[in-house]
Design a protein around this ligand. Structure first.
Ligand SMILES: Cc1ncc(COP(=O)(O)O)c(C=O)c1O
Length: 349
C-alpha cells in the first residue's frame, strides 16, 4: 500500500475547508432559514430548485454504489470528469515543482489541466502499436513525478489497455495512477474498477457523457480509496453537482437497460462504419476501436477534413498528434449520419 498522505500537497493537508450550511446541518427539519435561499420558490411552474443541492450527493452515490458494487465512500462526483481531473491535480501536484506523466496521443485535458496547475508535463508517447512504453516510463519515474494518466480506451486511438499493463504501472509507479475509463462501456474488456480495493493509489474515472448519452448534465465519477475521496471532497466547490443533474442522474440509473441498448446500437454502427470506410479508396487504415469513435488514416486528412466541413459534417482532425499522421477521429453517429458521411466521402475526388 502506498503511503498516500505523503503524496498530498502540504497546504491541502493543512487546509481548513469551507463549511456550507448543508455541511453544518444535514438532518431533517421543518424550517430551513440557514442558507439564504429563497423560500418563495422558483419562478417556474412545477420546478422546485430554490434549495441548494446535497453537497455530497448521498442518494445518487448510493444508487451508483448499487449499480457498480462499489461502496459509496469510494465515490466522488463532479461537474464532468474534467472537474475530477483538475481536483486530483490540485490535491497531489505541488505547482512549480511536481510532474505529471501523460502518454500521447491522448485526451488533451490532462496536459491543459496540468499546465493550468503549473505542473510540469512529462510525455512518454505510446508505442506505435499504442501500448505503454514500459522502458521509457521506468526512466521518468522520480520523486517529483506525482501523477500518471492512462486513458483506457484511449482517446483518440480507441484501444483499451490490457489490465496487465495497468497492473504493471501500478506496481512500478507509486504516485497516483489515474485510469480514465470514459469509453469503457464500448470495450469488450472489463473495467479495472475492482483494482481500487488492491491499489490505494489508483483512481478510476468514468462519466455520464458517453455511453449514458448525457454530456449535457455534466456528471463525472471518480472511484478510489476513501482517503483520496475525502481529499477531493475537501477542496471541491461546495455545491459542485446541481440539483437538476442529481435528479436526472437518479432517473438515468433507473434505465440501465436503455443505456445498454444504445451501446449495442453504437457498436453495430461502429462495425458498419468500419466496413464502409474500408471500401473507400482514400482510406488507408481504420484502427480497431474499443470506443464510440474510429481513428481513420486517410490519404489526405486535412483536405478530407475541409471537404466534410464544407458539407456540414464535422469530425476531429488529429493529424498533428504523434502516431496520428493523416488521421481523423470520427465519432460513430446514428445510422443516418453515418450513411451521409460515407456518401459524401464516396463523392470526394
Ligand atoms: C478520455 C476522456 N475523458 C474525459 C472526457 C470528459 O468527460 P466529461 O464530459 O465527463 O468531463 C472526455 C471527453 O471527450 C474524454 O475523451
Amino acid at each position: 500500500m502506498v503511503e498516500l498522505e505523503s503524496l498530498v500537497r502540504e497546504n491541502i493537508r493543512k487546509l481548513k475547508p469551507y463549511t456550507s450550511a448543508r455541511d453544518e446541518f444535514s438532518g431533517t427539519a421543518s424550517i430551513f432559514l440557514d442558507a439564504n435561499e429563497n423560500a418563495f420558490g422558483t419562478p417556474l411552474e412545477k420546478s422546485a430548485f430554490h434549495r441548494y443541492p446535497d453537497p455530497y450527493q448521498q442518494k445518487l452515490k448510493e444508487k451508483i454504489s448499487d449499480w457498480l458494487a462499489i461502496p459509496a465512500d469510494h465515490i466522488f462526483l463532479g461537474n464532468g470528469s474534467d472537474e475530477a481531473i483538475d481536483l486530483i491535480l490540485r490535491v497531489f501536484g505541488q505547482p512549480g515543482q511536481d510532474e505529471v506523466l501523460i502518454m500521447p496521443p491522448t485526451y488533451g485535458m490532462y496536459q491543459v489541466s496540468a499546465q493550468i496547475n503549473d505542473l510540469q508535463v512529462v510525455e512518454v508517447p505510446l508505442t506505435p502499436s499504442f501500448k505503454l512504453d514500459r522502458q521509457a516510463i521506468e526512466k521518468v519515474i522520480s520523486d517529483k513525478l506525482k501523477i500518471a494518466f492512462v486513458c483506457s480506451p484511449n482517446n483518440p486511438t480507441g484501444n483499451v489497455f490490457a489490465s496487465e499493463e495497468i497492473v504493471w504501472l501500478l506496481e512500478h509507479f507509486k504516485g497516483i495512477v489515474i485510469v480514465d475509463e470514459a469509453y469503457i462501456d464500448f470495450a469488450p474488456q472489463k473495467s479495472v474498477l475492482p483494482l481500487i480495493k488492491q491499489y490505494n493509489h489508483l483512481i478510476v474515472l468514468r462519466t455520464f457523457s458517453k455511453a449514458w448519452g448525457s454530456a449535457g448534465i455534466r456528471l463525472g465519477m471518480a472511484f478510489a480509496n476513501p482517503q483520496i475521496i475525502a481529499w477531493l471532497n475537501k477542496i471541491k466547490m461546495p455545491y459542485n453537482v446541481s440539483e437538476l443533474t442529481q435528479q436526472t442522474a437518479l432517473s438515468l440509473l433507473e434505465n440501465i437497460e436503455e443505456k445498454e441498448k444504445r451501446v449495442r446500437q453504437i457498436l453495430e454502427q461502429r462495425e458498419w462504419l468500419t466496413e464502409a470506410l474500408l471500401q473507400l479508396p482514400m482510406v488507408q487504415k481504420v484502427f480497431p476501436s474499443d470506443a464510440n469513435f474510429l481513428l481513420v488514416r486517410f490519404d489526405h486528412a486535412d483536405a478530407t477534413y475541409r471537404y466534410l466541413m464544407e458539407r456540414g459534417i464535422i469530425v476531429r482532425n488529429r493529424s498533428n498528434q504523434i502516431h496520428c499522421q493523416n488521421c481523423l477521429r470520427i465519432t460513430v453517429g446514428t445510422e443516418e449520419e453515418n450513411r451521409k458521411l460515407v456518401e459524401e466521402l464516396r463523392r470526394m475526388r
